[in-house]
Design a protein around this ligand. Sequence first.
Ligand code: DQA
Length: 142
Amino acid sequence: MKILVIHGPNLNLLGTREPDVYGSATLDDINQKILELSRELGMEAETFQSNSEGSIVDAIQKKTYDMLIINPAAYTHTSVAIRDAISAVGRPAIEVHISNIHKREDFRRTSYIAGVATGQISGLGVEGYLLAVRAGKKILNG
Ligand code: DQA
């Protein structure tokens, strides 16, 4: 069972980017925790970050995974292309946001991804990714 974890634009800056909103963990810290927990649960995980919408679509289309965990970052609120890619591959996808997108600016309340995701986790910080890994195991085990 393999999980692909995709991090969208500007998440490479975690640790120094608006720490009051996104916390102090770096992307490496987060990826390490995801990889550790996946291993513990007997799953394989791969992590991928890109600032480019097309590269994210390409990664989704490759279907080298059984399920997706994706923080599309700003593309959450704009990307029909990422939504369509998730819909096209027909694999379960969990949408994760570090901050609570529903209690910030109005434009962040709209997610183009939520309608094709199995579920959304928002506002639980780094823990959100780990909850998604646990949920992923249950989803894949049926
Ligand atoms: C984010 C929320 C988005 O609105 C924002 O554009 C991000 C990060 C989050 O994880 O809280 O870059 O996806």
